[in-house]
Write a protein that binds this ligand. Structure first.
Ligand code: SF4
Length: 291
């Protein structure tokens, strides 16, 4: 039986600055239906969420390197609605806690709060993705995902139980959510986020088609911007000046809020400090005081 863990390697993108980590996806596919999702371009029937077969037994048999970091998940949300009953992600966390493995959880779902009891007892960090504070926009962009207020609530709830939280402001899309970035960073930091990871929209052809269909008024301007960008690792990048302006806006909001900042696959190392881009430096403290 092949390993259930895969080395995290986003298409060998030369701009990826993530630390060495293993990727664990308890589910294949995701019901959140984000228009900008890139996983739809390489996973068939992506909107149908399927639990991984024999997951917990396979994970229990893995061999671990000391200090290993597991990221859960990178190709699908580890907390789809069916996780409430199946408790597969919870089962994975129990195994990882037992082995003292460092864990980074990336999700848009407040179901993660259920597992604060386990996360608080292991070196963990939870990264909640937030792309807008506007409920109407969220419904259009991420129709199946929990609304922004539930994600903010999740940040507060996790912090109150001693679990470190970061926010993933990703993707930033010009003319769609780029104008509210400062407010968004403020809201996330007020809810307890300790670090901000951000990224501009790296478009795949199918996700770009969905964006153009849903936002016809912005399509022409976006098309023009992307025609001036470049292709990298199978994705279309916005022009570097546009990306830099977006990154500077987030960096400025983070300075104001007094939290650390990093950018994902932007190639703007001059703007970044020594902090790992994914915020996984926070997954180290075993005994933490709740706020
Ligand atoms: S939550 Fe993540 S994996 Fe799921 S549809 Fe949205 S972007 Fe894709």
């Amino acid at each position: 039986m092949p390993s259930i863990l895969k080395p995290f390697d986003p298409w060998k993108n030369p701009l990826c600055t993530c630390p060495l980590k293993m990727s664990l996806n308890p589910y294949t596919g995701c019901p959140h239906g984000c228009l900008y999702c890139y996983a739809t371009s390489y996973i068939p029937r992506f909107s149908i969420c399927r639990p991984k077969a024999d997951l917990l037994r396979r994970l229990g048999r893995e061999r671990w390197e000391p200090g290993c970091l597991v990221s859960l998940s990178n190709s699908s949300d580890p907390y789809p609605p069916m996780e409430k009953d199946l408790k597969l992600t919870r089962g994975c966390l129990e195994i990882l806690r037992e082995k003292c493995i460092r864990v980074q959880v990336v999700t848009k779902s407040d179901i993660v709060c259920r597992d604060a009891d386990i996360l608080g007892q292991m070196p963990s960090v939870v990264s909640i993705t937030l792309t807008t504070l506007d409920e109407g926009l969220s419904r259009r962009l991420e129709p199946g995902a929990p609304l922004p207020k539930r994600r903010l609530f999740a940040m507060e709830a996790l912090r109150s139980k001693g679990v470190p939280v970061t926010v993933r402001v990703d993707p930033i899309i010009p003319f769609i959510n780029a104008q509210e970035i400062s407010e968004l960073v403020d809201a996330a930091c007020s809810a307890g986020a300790l670090h901000v990871t951000t990224s501009t929209y790296k478009a795949r052809p199918d996700s770009l088609r969905r964006i153009y269909l849903e936002f016809p008024d912005q399509a022409r301007t976006l098309k023009s911007l992307f025609s001036q960008g470049k292709r990298m690792g199978g994705s279309l990048y916005l022009p570097s000046e546009v990306r830099r302006i977006a990154m500077e806006a987030v960096a400025g909001a983070c300075r104001k809020a007094g939290v650390t900042f990093s950018a994902c696959r932007e190639g703007m190392q001059d703007m970044l400090g020594a902090i790992p881009c994914d915020g996984s430096h926070l997954a180290v403290i075993l005994q933490r005081e709740p706020v």
